[in-house]
Design a protein around this ligand. Structure first.
Ligand code: NAD
Length: 523
């Protein structure tokens, strides 16, 4: 394998099904240089997947054409991980094709975000040479639940929502992860987020496995009563699968302290006594931790400050752009402003605002609390989410959804530090482009937004002990953990000459791998 060039890796489509293909070749390099995949096109070759290609579960075929002379060849590949079928192309090049197991075995998670998380995992697993059997144990979620959630609506009708919870691994302690309310929530997306939580908790040294949950709903179009009914019904359905020593939820996109309070109340009613440790991110007077609401954004600020030291950027002269002005984005913006950064643009789902002289964030907070959106904020001009990502700035903070930095815009972003406050904002194809742009320092999501789960861990510990800490103590302990993680990741990235993402994931995945190995396999 060492002499082979990894030509391409990416998602391909056959009908509505996606496959994550990796193409290797031993070409001499003269004609084929790169890996550019998308719509099946890669430099020098046009790859076409035709309809009806699946002959059986184990075989597939597709045509490979040289773009210039359109010679065709059919490749047969055996569909299991690690098996590399090879064939002679008319031009004499060897092409190896590998399909990962999740194509066939884990179809329930089929979603671009899940494939993206698998692809990131595979890169690390290849580097660490993790055996195939061990990979599957590490990669695929331990458990998933999908539940129907009927509720009475304000207009007298009954509506049934779908809720999910995925618990990724149980090797290091209870599972931990947020609950997302968003119209596009799917099982596959939740599974990807759960996987990332596993690596994030392990990187920070927390005694948790990863988990994530979600309900496909639009909280902005629901009344408070409907949201409460939905939350309580979901908690009720989850009771057999959660517990302070089993699985602990927290806020994520579309959920907040109030949602956590309803969950804690529902679980406590069921238990017959108050159980604050069942969720984190609760209001402080219900056993929430000081500094939890601000933790993720504050952590982003701390790490950007550390990154700026590393690359020699003066934050007092720096500009910042933040996509998403919710819990994480708004606090990250304020935190950066406290370090002296001038925030020139922010956005939310409805669009963004821009002022080259800097936005008054304290006024903007009040404005958003009243108007529920950043649009039309005084002394700003409108800007789309797409344009916002391409603005020249020193610090770019995606703090909304996954898959925002893609192969389409990665070459055009203009920042010195990319601070991934959101989960999964950068696709693997975009990573390949960023890897060739050393002028951009990436703080990968599993490191950058870990402040949230770290202070969630503090909250859980405080609840279990019924002994509460002051904010200074929380922030001090938070920064210590972030400092350790940051230093470890930078050191590994430099030593091995790998990207910050690969380094961060390597530390996290290795810890989980070791834990599973030492515990052994039952029975
Ligand atoms: P939130 O619901 O409080 O805010 C989300 C923000 O993103 C809102 O301003 C929303 O309008 C905006 N948004 C939604 N869709 C958008 C789109 N298509 N384009 C632009 N903006 C859009 O959520 P949050 O808790 O701030 O979470 C944001 C991100 O941070 C998510 O990826 C989440 O998984 C991640 N995260 C959150 C925490 C936490 O503690 N809340 C911890 C770690 C990671």
């Amino acid at each position: 394998m060492a002499s082979l060039v990894n030509l391409a890796a990416g998602l391909f489509f056959v009908g509505s099904r996606q496959f994550d293909l990796q193409i290797f070749t031993n070409v001499d390099g003269a004609n084929v240089s790169v890996a550019h995949v998308g719509e099946g096109i890669l430099d020098g070759f046009a790859l076409r997947i035709q309809n009806g290609l699946f002959w059986s579960n184990n075989y597939f075929c597709f045509h490979v054409e040289r773009a210039s002379d359109a010679r065709e060849a059919v490749i047969l590949g055996q569909n299991f991980l690690g098996c590399k079928q090879q064939m002679q192309l008319p031009n004499g090049n060897l092409i190896f094709v590998r399909l990962p197991l999740d194509c066939e075995r884990m179809e329930i998670y089929d979603h671009p975000t899940f494939h993206m998380a698998c692809r990131q995992f595979d890169l690390v697993a290849d580097r660490l040479e993790i055996p195939v059997a061990e990979r599957d144990r590490l990669k695929y979620p331990k458990r998933c639940m999908a539940v129907a959630l009927p509720i009475h609506c304000e207009d007298g009708s009954t509506k049934v929502y779908t809720g999910y919870r995925v618990q990724h691994h149980l090797a290091l302690g209870p599972t931990k992860g947020g609950l997302r309310y968003h119209p596009e929530v799917t099982l596959g997306e939740v599974a990807a987020l759960a996987m990332w939580m596993s690596w994030k908790c392990a990187l920070a040294g927390l005694p948790y496995g990863g988990a994530k949950g979600g309900i496909a709903c639009d909280p902005t179009k629901m009344s408070v009563t409907e949201l409460e009914r939905l939350t309580r019904r979901f908690t009720q359905e989850m009771i057999p699968f959660i517990g302070p020593q089993v699985d602990v939820m927290a806020p994520d996109m579309g959920t907040n302290e109030q949602v956590m309070a309803w969950m804690m109340d529902t679980y406590s009613v069921h238990a017959g006594y108050t159980v604050p440790s069942i969720v984190t991110g609760k209001p402080v007077n219900l056993g929430g931790s000081q500094g939890r609401r601000e933790a993720t954004g504050r952590g982003v600020g701390y790490l950007v400050n550390r990154a700026s030291d590393t690359i020699g950027l003066d934050l007092a002269k720096a500009t910042g752009v933040v996509q998403g002005f919710g819990n994480v984005g708004s606090v990250a913006a304020l935190s950066l402003a406290r370090y002296g950064v001038k925030i020139v643009a922010v956005s939310d789902v409805k669009g963004g605002i821009y002022n080259k002289n800097g936005l008054n964030l304290w006024e903007l907070e009040k404005y958003v609390a009243k108007n529920k959106a950043v649009a039309d904020f005084p002394e700003s001009e409108p800007i789309s989410n797409e344009q916002l990502l391409l603005l020249p700035c020193d610090i770019l903070v995606p703090a909304a959804l996954e898959r925002q930095i893609t192969k389409e815009n990665a070459a055009r972003i203009q920042c010195r530090i990319l601070a991934e406050a959101a989960n999964g904002p950068t696709t693997p194809n975009a990573d390949e482009i960023l890897d060739k742009r050393p002028e951009i320092f990436v703080i990968p999501d599993v490191l950058c937004n870990a402040g949230g789960v770290i202070v969630s861990y503090f909250e859980w510990v405080q609840d279990l002990q019924s002994f509460f800490w002051g904010e200074t103590e929380v922030v001090d302990k938070l920064f210590r953990i972030l400092e350790t993680s940051f230093t470890q990741v930078v050191a590994l990235a430099r030593k091995e000459k790998i990207s910050m993402r690969l380094a961060a994931l390597t530390v996290g995945i290795k810890r989980v791998q070791e834990a599973k190995k030492i515990r052994g396999l039952f029975p």
